[in-house]
Write a protein that binds this ligand. Structure first.
Ligand code: BGC
Ligand code: NOJ
Length: 810
């Protein structure tokens, strides 16, 4: 491998060449304080919300890419270098970056001096800890200067970029010993401060950006570092930064450890000041005191590792292919956790100012995450449900800090409501926590207008039923899962967003995808209703589902595959009659998952059509043929060049829908073949082409019509993580939580001999051994629980804290 390799034992990806094709990044933080960090130490930090509480500054779309981060510089007898290679970019004698679970450790070596920086956010703490280890491997005593560097963001990331003239005069800091405090706007309405602390009392510091860099130098060669002379500058307006200068002597063979803490603290309004104009630093100091010795930092790091050990023990597979193991056991679950925490807000491709948490995204992210931390999933479900409106429609996005729907984007994406049923039923299957249905949850965050969570689900269902078009199929609204299929927008104005452009009344354009979602998750609703003594609701919706199935069979089948939609003129979208966009993946996926028209073999025929028209060696494209021009009646989907994004790109998010469809008709070989095409660990060898990180999924891989077919974009924050985890664990490996227990129903390639899974489920542990002596793809012939044969293949829940052996013979 050209750029690095997996270290499975330590659950790390080890990057050995700093010049990766794109920045290969990691996410730090598991609860409220978060950082992004690249393999050359780029990135930034924020508290809870990357828009409202941005702590350090980052410039997206910079040149070169990924210039800006929390950096270290070493001046060793006039040679200036950085352990992460950047920003000094002095050629190193050795370099290695290890991205692990919620930490990143980067080691550089130059002229016999090794420096390792390990960054992580401790559990339950609002700070990032940087452990610095210096080792003198030469035979000479070294006297070096170590400079830290961070640039403060003025809190609101949007204003920070936008309101430049104001920002130039508001920067304020305070310096107390080794701690630099950032207090811009604290004098007025803010009650929060940030700080950067050096455990070793530094010999000097800088907090004014121009004093640190000089007027004509950049990140690679700050004047202070080049001159080896800190200016002890105090920011006064302009741009506040934080840099400590530590002068360190190290004997040959000696190791020295330092700790830096970058953190965030809030003070109650009546305790903001310790003296006029002087911030109260008590809370910040308490936080610092927890981590400021090397021993404390090490302990906190170990606690974080135990936390991950414990979490991931909830699902582990032993399998003959180590690529599958590393995806399932480590990286896919890790990415699910990151998408849960970050939504679509902040990554190297999401700027943290545009999108908070999406309604449909959040509900789908939960599918990949709730087996890990069900208690937190519960709260997230209640938060997202509270943004739903009374008529069942939903705010398309909401902000993590305020938990309020985002007015700028509004609602009317008509698939949104249904996804709430998906997350709630998955949550109850996992936990058996039926009480959640009775929780009282506001509509539109209005405490005076509430219903039970079950009422919210009913509104979701009714929203679909109340908004049906000429064929009895659901109206699409602004868009369904495909944000860019805008059948009611007819936008001719380049200065408006397709997502919020003035929309037609929308009484004609219908979505077959929403119909399929309604059928698939409507059945879940019916189960929830029946099992919570709401038979009337169940009966009513069951009837509606049957009608909807009929409508799809009659008006949603194109002869060899399912249609995608009807447009505003009532014309078909995704039909052989169309010149372009004749067949789409979304409806083939969800209609076959919902098994619509099974007696006419519609699912199998649709999946065959996918194989024939949409599958490529790099994954399954969204549709074919790609749109070669802009179609006013289709919207943003036709705005992209062919093969990119929603115009026939490989959207990794819905490839698993096809995999799941394939498992339902028993074709384990096909399902797993599709899985391997997009799973990043299987694409590691083609990193030059793929370019994004080989340890996490990207949103899109360029489709066959693109100039750069096979190249991935927008890694990390994508529903791809959750859906691929669902496809591989629940449908291919086939361990599926059901209301009555754990179903074991693998659907695998015939040549697999077997595999073993350890799974936690409702407090008990299961060791599930699947063997395939007859070389079949599907169908357990015998299931034993702790030695005794059981009827069927649902393992009933066992007492908490017990270990249980499940043997499955296919
Ligand atoms: C992206 C969506 C986004 C939309 C905004 C689409 O291409 O996939 O994530 O909401 O563009 O225009
Ligand atoms: C990304 C969005 O976050 C998701 O909600 C949407 O379904 C896909 N793009 C497809 O447009």
């Amino acid at each position: 491998m050209r750029f690095g390799h997996f270290d499975d034992k330590n659950r790390e990806y080890v990057i050995t060449d700093p010049r990766t094709p794109l920045p290969w990044i990691n996410f730090l933080g598991t609860q409220e304080f978060f950082s992004l960090i690249s393999n050359t130490s780029g990135g930034y930090s924020f508290y809870k919300d990357a828009l409202y509480r941005r702590i350090t500054r980052y410039r997206y779309n910079n040149l070169p890419l990924d210039s800006g981060g929390k950096y270290f510089y070493i001046n060793d007898a006039g040679t200036v270098w950085s352990p992460a290679w950047k920003p000094a970019q002095t050629e190193l004698d050795a370099y290695e970056c290890r991205h692990g679970l919620s930490y990143t450790s980067i080691r550089g070596e130059k002229n016999g001096l090794s420096c390792t920086q390990r960054s992580f956010v401790p559990l339950d703490a609002h700070c990032e800890v940087q452990q610095l280890t210096l080792e003198n491997n030469s035979d000479q005593k070294k006297e070096i200067s170590l400079y830290s560097f961070a640039e403060w963001c003025l809190w609101n990331a949007h204003d920070d970029m936008n309101n430049l003239q104001r920002n130039l005069s508001i920067g304020e800091v305070e310096i107390h010993g080794g701690t630099i405090y950032h207090k811009t706007e604290y004098r007025e309405r803010r009650n929060h401060i940030a700080f950067y602390h050096s455990s070793r009392p530094p010999e000097g510091y800088d907090t004014d950006r121009e004093s640190f860099f000089g007027m004509y130098n950049g990140l690679a060669n700050p004047q202070v570092v080049m001159d080896d002379t800190p200016r002890n500058s105090v920011a006064d307006g302009w741009s506040p930064v934080a840099s400590h200068c530590n002068r360190i002597t190290i004997a040959p063979g000696e190791t020295k450890k330092l700790v830096f803490v970058l953190g965030y603290a809030e003070n109650p309004d009546d305790e903001k000041w310790s003296a006029p104009g002087q911030i109260n630093t008590t809370r910040a100091e308490e936080l610092i005191a927890q981590f400021s010795t090397p021993e404390q930092a090490e302990t906190a790091w170990k606690q974080l590792q135990s936390y991950w050990d414990e979490l991931l023990a909830g699902f582990q597979v032993e399998h003959h292919d180590d690529r599958l193991e590393r995806m399932v056991n480590t990286w896919n679950q890790y990415q699910c956790m990151v998408t849960y925490n970050f939504g679509r807000s902040a990554s190297y491709y999401e700027t943290g100012i545009g999108r908070g948490l999406g309604f449909r995204d959040t509900n789908q992210d939960l599918l990949g995450f709730l087996h890990l931390i069900p208690e937190r999933a519960r709260q997230r479900i209640l938060d997202v449900a509270a943004t739903q409106m009374e008529d069942g429609s939903c705010y398309h996005q909401y902000q993590p800090l305020t938990k309020r729907g985002n007015d700028a984007i509004g609602g009317d994406f008509n698939d949104d409501p249904i996804w709430l049923i998906a997350s709630v039923s998955a949550y109850i299957r996992e936990t058996d926590d039926w009480d959640i249905l009775e929780e009282v949850v506001p509509f539109q965050n209005d405490p005076d207008n509430t219903g039970t969570l079950f009422d919210h689900l009913t509104r979701s269902v009714e929203h679909v039923l109340n908004n049906r078009g000429p064929h009895g199929l659901p109206l699409i609204g602004r868009a369904d899962w495909n944000d860019c299929l805008n059948l009611n927008s007819f936008s001719t104005n380049p200065d408006e967003s397709f997502q919020t452009a003035d929309s037609k009344e929308g009484k004609t354009a219908e979505s077959i995808l929403i119909a399929a979602l309604f059928i698939y998750y409507g059945r879940e609703y019916v189960e929830l209703a029946n099992r919570s003594s709401r038979e009337t609701d169940a009966g009513r919706v069951l009837k509606a589902i049957t009608e909807m199935e009929k409508a799809v069979e009659e008006h949603g089948w194109d002869g060899a595959w399912y249609l995608r939609a009807y447009d505003d003129s009532g014309n078909k979208v995704g039909s052989k009659e169309n010149e372009e966009g004749k067949i789409f993946i979304e409806s083939q996926g969800f209609c076959s998952m919902a098994n619509i028209g099974a007696d006419k073999e519609m699912p199998r025929r649709a999946l065959d059509a996918v194989g024939e028209h949409l599958a490529t060696k790099h994954g399954i494209v969204l549709h074919q043929p790609a749109f070669t021009r802009y179609y006013l009646n289709l919207g943003e989907i036709s705005s992209y060049p062919e093969g990119y994004k929603e115009n026939a790109g490989i959207f990794c998010h819905n490839n698993p829908w096809i995999m799941i469809g394939e498992t339902l008709i028993g074709r384990g070989d096909k399902a797993y073949d599709y899985y391997q095409r997009i799973a990043p660990a299987f694409r590691e060898e083609i990193s030059d082409l793929h370019r994004t990180e080989p340890y996490v999924y990207s949103q899109m891989i360029a489709g066959k019509d693109a100039g750069r077919h096979g190249e991935a974009k927008n890694s990390w924050l994508t529903g791809t993580a959750a859906w691929n985890f669902v496809a591989i664990t629940q449908h291919i490996l086939g361990i599926r939580p059901e209301f009555d227990g754990l179903r074991v129903d693998p659907c695998i390639p015939a040549d697999w001999k077997g595999f073993t899974i350890q799974r936690r489920f409702r407090g008990a542990r299961y060791i599930i051994t699947v063997s395939n002596p007859n070389g079949v793809m599907k169908g357990p012939s015998e299931v034993r629980l702790n030695g005794d044969k059981i009827d069927g293949n649902i393992v009933p829940p066992q007492p908490a804290d017990t270990d249980n052996n499940v043997e499955v013979i296919l």
